[in-house]
Design a protein around this ligand. Structure first.
Ligand code: ADE
Length: 420
């Protein structure tokens, strides 16, 4: 057990954090119904969870849910800039072991993960797979872990690579791949919160701008639709022909980044890959171009080399750095190329995290109940859990849907009826 119980910015922020948590709770009815049941059934009784998630008010509601279910939680941030310090303080007040503050250095970030791991996880929760990777980087497995969950696409890609190489040592549930997660959080959550981050950082006008989005996965697609809705002319860049085709048929202009770089006003990376926007691109950009990233890691914009290529740098306002290039043109780098929605804004809204984190809570319960049967591979969230969350969410939204008649159920199961 760790000597240190928590390390956060300021415990005196806990009242403010409590109010933020209340706001989130009031907008996360599905997770709150799970919390209520967990409080009675205690499915996670005595289980130590080590979670590496963005420490936001929504994560706070998840942590409270897990604790209501009987778990002990050590929480560390999944990004150096995404922690809401008030929430961290409120969770410490609730009895969670939180190691996170906004504005960590890279060393502090990993040091906090190490501190959280001294709590001997039985279940891990990751957003980006940094905890699983840390655990696997030690030669011998010190912990007895029954399973883990993964919140985001980038993390699932990393974990599947580990599983394919046969080095994954315990089962992971890919929460990201639940329909009630990625069809909503990745699309509507990322779409809205990325715009929110750009606007809070710059207050720039979106209407009439050439808005370049690198990557047309679920996140890029959600963002493209929101930017279009605000009057931007959206340009998509892609490496995947299928996704490029979808973007084109969804009505977006598709071109190579080399060309987009010359015409764009705002650039946002959402690829999960590295060096997508480089100094060769910034060299041909228009004066005043804005660069932001909404992918999980800060590798999509080649920040280091772009900064090296600049003549001077000036922090204009929070999260906005002006880089004056050799040509005298300026580009504006937002949030050091870290994910803009969580650095400059509050991440996805509570209503959408309601479903993502309902999946997390129910996946943890699933791991607890099925630990013996699970192998060290990456699993999808069981379909029943996904469907249950969709049903609950609709109910909380006051939406009723139709039911198939018996005759219709027979019809869709059968094969013999054709053209009438
Ligand atoms: N990822 C994206 N938005 C988030 C939020 N509000 N809380 C936790 N993780 C997130």
């Amino acid at each position: 057990m760790s000597g240190m119980k928590h390390k956060i910015r300021d415990e005196r922020l806990s009242d403010n954090g409590g109010r933020l948590l209340k706001w989130a709770e009031d907008h996360m009815p599905v997770l709150m119904s799970i919390k209520k049941r967990f409080g009675v059934e205690k499915p996670l009784d005595g289980i130590q969870i080590v979670a590496c998630l963005h420490v936001t008010k929504e994560t706070g509601v998840l942590v409270r849910t897990l604790m209501a279910g009987g778990a002990r939680v050590a929480l560390t941030a999944s990004n150096p800039l995404s922690t809401q310090d008030e929430v961290a303080a409120a969770l410490v007040n609730d009895g969670a072991n939180v190691f996170a503050w906004k504005g960590q250095t890279k060393d502090e970030y990993y040091d906090c993960i190490n501190k959280a791991l001294t709590f001997n996880p039985q279940i891990t929760m990751d957003d980006g797979a940094d905890v699983v990777t840390k655990i696997h980087s030690d030669a011998d497995m010190k912990y007895s872990i029954m399973g883990g969950t993964e919140e985001t696409t980038t993390g699932v890609v990393r974990l599947k690579a580990m599983a394919a190489k046969g080095i994954l040592k315990y089962p992971i549930i890919a929460v990201n791949n639940a329909e009630t997660k990625w069809d909503f959080d990745n699309i509507y959550g990322t779409g809205q919160s990325t715009i929110d981050g750009i606007l809070r950082a710059t207050n720039t006008l979106i209407a009439g701008k050439k808005f370049v989005i690198a990557g047309y996965g679920h996140c890029g697609k959600g963002l493209a639709n929101r930017a279009r809705g605000m009057g931007a002319h959206v340009i998509v860049t892609e490496v995947d022909p299928m996704k490029a085709l979808k973007a084109a048929m969804d009505g977006f202009e598709v071109m190579q980044m080399n060309e987009a770089a010359k015409v764009g006003d705002i650039f946002v990376t959402a690829t999960g890959n590295k060096n997508v926007v480089t100094k060769e691109h910034t060299a041909v950009m228009k004066d005043g171009a804005v660069l932001a990233n909404t992918g999980h890691f800060n590798v999509e914009i080649d920040v280091k080399r772009i900064i090296e290529s600049a003549r001077s740098r000036l922090q204009i306002r929070d999260y906005v750095e002006e880089l004056t290039l050799e040509s005298d043109k300026k580009v504006y780098l937002l949030a050091d190329g870290r994910l803009i929605n969580l650095a400059a804004a509050e991440g996805h809204p509570s209503e959408v995290m309601d479903m993502s984190f309902a999946n997390q809570a129910l996946a943890a319960e699933h791991i607890r109940h099925n630990a013996e049967m699970l192998k060290p591979i990456v699993y999808d969230v069981p379909k029943e859990i996904d469907a249950h969350i969709a049903k609950l969410k609709l109910e909380t939204m006051g939406i009723k849907i139709d039911r198939m008649t018996e005759e219709q159920e027979e019809y869709v199961k059968g094969w013999s009826e054709g053209t009438e």
